[in-house]
Design a protein around this ligand. Structure first.
Ligand code: GDP
Length: 362
């Protein structure tokens, strides 16, 4: 699956957040292909559009789509040199598609900080340095290998060498590959190196219940993130853990007492989903109304494959209604009457919120 890794220094609240995210148990029969790994959590993506569609279709079941978070423990200063869990940590993070960095923006004398003080910017730099050093190591090894091949006159190797040297200079300055100006061809040429700092990244600022406003730590993280073009999601992990443990019928009251209209985790999940470059389409039948996840830019047959590979192989056409039209017209028949119902072919690029019925051969 497509995974978002959670990283951060020890004691910043990663596990607290991960446990809260995965507390809602997902019925296994609905998601039979999910791997069972204690560090990987399958999380339902909250989406109010599902209920709006269901209000029209009145299905027996409503099924949200899911995404995966991975709790990646073990990052300490020196990880790239094998300190702590070192290499193991780096191998796990290499397998993720995007990175969520949890930074501590709460004061609590009972929770020790590895460096003895609360300084989220220093933490961000510590982690950034480890990731950049790991990439530098990867790139330097690649340069050595590529030089040998280039000597024999291989043209591809020569042009790859040019990109690798640029990467090296950038990383040498402690900067992430993410901030480099790379062409699509460059990106393709370096894709197989799985560079850590090339992955999309966002910050989760773990604050105290009272730390959402007038919090200089949070302000500092926001300023830093803005300079990087990254997103910040402030959340109180400890509070989220409490909410997640409550029975569902008590959650609403707890939230309104705390002045919240939904759990903060919803913001984390949605931000992670966007960070991974994912989009949602829906299927709406009397049996079930269901949300499905595709990579943004997927064609209709690729989107059909998410439901079943046979749907892709036997793809004939997709019947499509845009979400807004579906709601405004009161469902499929209304959309047809209003001329908002379309038949799309193999080349169609699925749009966010499309309500689709696939026609296929078996
Ligand atoms: P990890 O090492 O990053 O996984 O951190 P943990 O999730 O184990 O949290 C470390 C400690 O910080 C635990 O004692 C948590 O209860 C505490 N903690 C986590 N989030 C918060 C928070 O938002 N506020 C406060 N005061 N403590 C927190």
């Amino acid at each position: 699956g497509i995974k978002c890794g959670i990283v951060g220094l020890p004691n910043v609240g990663k596990s607290t957040l991960f446990n809260a995210l995965t507390a809602a148990e997902i019925p296994a029969e609905n998601y039979p292909f999910c791997t069972i790994d204690p560090n990987v959590g399958v999380v339902q993506v909250p989406d109010p559009r599902l209920q709006a569609i269901a209000d029209i279709v009145k299905p027996q079941k409503i099924l949200p789509t899911t995404m995966e978070f991975v709790d990646i423990a073990g990052l300490v200063a020196g990880a790239s040199k094998g300190e702590g869990l070192g290499n193991q940590f780096l191998a796990h993070i290499r397998e993720t598609d995007a990175i969520t960095m949890v930074v501590r923006c709460f004061e609590d004398d009972d929770v020790t900080h590895v460096d003895g003080r609360i300084d989220p910017i220093a933490d961000i730099e510590t982690i950034g340095t480890e990731l950049a050093l790991a990439d530098l190591d990867t790139v330097e090894k690649a340069i050595q290998r590529t030089q040998k091949i280039a000597k024999s006159g291989d043209k591809d190797a020569r042009s790859r060498l040019v990109i690798l040297e640029r990467l090296k200079n950038h990383l040498d300055e402690g900067l992430p590959v993410r901030s480099m100006d790379l062409s699509d061809d460059d990106r393709l040429a370096i894709r197989d190196f799985h560079l850590l700092t090339a992955k999309p990244m966002m910050y989760i600022a773990n604050v105290d219940e009272s730390g959402f406003d007038n919090n200089p730590h949070l302000d500092a993280v926001r300023e830093r993130a803005q300079a990087e073009g990254a997103q910040v999601v402030p959340v109180c992990a400890a509070l989220e853990a409490e909410i997640a443990q409550l029975p569902e019928e008590e959650q609403g009251e707890f939230l309104s007492d705390a002045g919240m209209d939904e759990p903060g985790l919803n913001r984390v999940i949605r931000a992670g989903y966007r960070l991974l470059g994912l989009e949602t389409y829906f299927t709406a039948g009397e049996k079930e109304v269901r949300a499905w996840t595709v990579k943004a830019g997927s064609t209709a047959p690729k989107a059909a494959a998410v439901i079943h590979t046979d749907f892709e192989k036997g793809f004939i056409r997709a019947e499509v209604v845009a979400y807004d039209d579906f709601i405004a017209c009161g469902g499929e028949q209304g959309a047809k009457d209003a001329g908002k119902w379309r038949l799309e072919g193999k080349e169609y690029i699925v749009q966010e919120g499309d309500i689709i019925h696939f026609r296929f051969n078996v």
